[in-house]
Design a protein around this ligand. Sequence first.
Ligand code: ASP
Length: 341
Amino acid sequence: MTGSPTVAIGALGGTIASTSSADDGSEIVPTLTADRLAAAVPGLAEIATVRAETLAQLPSPSLDEPTILRTLAWARAAVDAGAEGVVVTQGTDTLEESAYLLDLFWDRPEPLVVTGAMRSAQAVGADGPANLLTAVRCATAPASRDRGVLVAFDDEIHHARWVAKTDSASTGAFRSPVFGPIGRCVEAEVVYGVPPARVSPLRLPSAQAVGDPRIPLVATYLGDDGYVLDAIRVGAGQSAGVDGVVVAGFGAGHVSARAAEAVGRLAREVPVVFASRTGSGPTGRAIYGYPGSEIDLVARGAVGAGWLPPVKARLLLWALALGGPVTRADVAAEFERRGRP
Ligand code: ASP
C-alpha cells in the first residue's frame, strides 16, 4: 500500500452533526455535512484520504431500515471504489440498531465502523471529533478486518452485535453488556483482545424482492393480560398487519400466564420471538416450566432470542422476513446461530 489508506465517511445526522442557532446553544438539530465533520478532526488528513458523503441529516430516532439498507449499498460501493475502510456517523439513540442491521448484511472483509457523539459539535468538550478520529483509526487498522461491523466510541471498540446505549447522557454511554468491548484505541493504536470472528452475513434479497416487513416490539409488564398482543393479532397475516412480533419478556424471557396464551394465539399466525428485557443475559432454555416460562412459550410456538436483546432480535426477525414470510423452523435456526457468541 502506498500513501495513506482511503476511508469513506458517510454521515446520517445525529448529535455529532448537530448545531444550534440560539444564543444559549439550545434546540440543536443536525446541520453539519460529512465534509464539515471530517474537517473538524485535527490531523485526520495525515492518517487517511477521506471521501466524505452526506447520506442524510436526520435525528437518529427518525432513521429507518430502508435508510440503513441504502447506507449499506453506499458502503459496499465505497469499498468497490477502493476504500480500505468505511465509517458511518449517526445519532446515538438508534446506533446499536443501525450497526447491527448493517452487520447482518455486511459481506466484506473491510471494516465498517459506526460512531456518533453525546455532545453536539458546538458543546464544550464535544466528543464527536475524538470519536470520529477513533473510528477512522479503527477503519484503517489491518487488525479490524474480518470482524464485521464495529462501533467505536469513547476510545473503545465494540462489536455491533452486542453493543448497547446504556446511558442517556454520559459520553461513555456505549457498553457491551456481558461480553464487554472487543478492543481499545490507545495512543493512536488499535488493539483487540479477541481474534477476528463473525457469523456469516445474511444474503440480501434481490432489489425487487425486498419488502419492508412490519415487526413490532412489545414489552411485557406487571399485570400484562396479553391485551397488546391480542390487538396486534387482529391484523396479523393481513396486508396491513404484522409479519412477526418480538416480545421483551421479564428475566429470561418470561411473560404472565395470560400473556402466554396471547403469545400462543399469535404464534399460530406469525413468528413470535421472546427476548429478555433486562439488558443483559440470554433467554432461558430449559429451567422454568410454569405458564409463561421459556419452556411454555416454546411449546406454544415462540422462539427464544438467545443472547440478543429485544431491539436486535427485532432486527434479525425483520431481516429474515425481508424476502417474504419465513417458517418457524427457519426463525429458530437463525436465532440459534446468531443469538449466541
Ligand atoms: N441524542 C441523540 C444523539 O446522541 C440524538 C440522535 O440520536 O440523533 O445523537
